[in-house]
Design a protein around this ligand. Sequence first.
Ligand SMILES: [Zn+2]
Length: 230
Amino acid sequence: MIANDERVVLVDTGFRAETGLRRGRAMLRCPIDSLSLCGFDVRQVRDVILTHLHYDHAGNMGRFDAAHFHLQRREIEFVTSAMMSSTNPNLGGSVEASDIHTLLDLIFAGRVNILDGYATLAPGIELQRIGGHTPGQQLVRVRTARGWVVLANDTCHYEKNLADRHPVSAFVDLREMIAGFDTIMRLADGDMSRIIPGHDPIVMRRFPSPRPSLNDIVVRVDLPPLHIAP
Ligand SMILES: [Zn+2]
């Protein structure tokens, strides 16, 4: 979630409970229902950035009646290609057909902003295609009080992917993924503490919670880290 006095922007929409059940992933907390924990209503969300269209990032699109969606052209082309007939987790195996049906309905409704490479969504919110993990994977760069913060998402699942230049286990293009690591570092001004990996539990320990009742549920990555792990 990215928010200031003017706008509320959501980055990715998580997976749906029924999808998780079928794929053996328990839903501990619905991310959309949890917006209210942070004082937001889904109707306030006018912009949703989809970093890519894997099922764990692109469920629940239908719950945002007031929103426009922002994603890369190459991601849309990928999830509507013959590659989706493969159950390999790098290809169709990580994409839910019903999510793509929802996306196509949104495109026909004129509610999808289709991007090519770099884009500025609003002052201080930049999108950059990185590729590698999926063809149209994009990261989000946000200007905060502590400087630029890069929501790296699945361009690096874990911090060690980036630190060790070790590729994420799922990818469609290794060359793009490896080259992307350098781009991520550059966009974060070389400061690892400003890079938020997509699946790394260290994020929940490193950054402060907005209030004690939200401990282990919500953290503010716009604030300085509590500590830097070795
Ligand atoms: Zn992914």
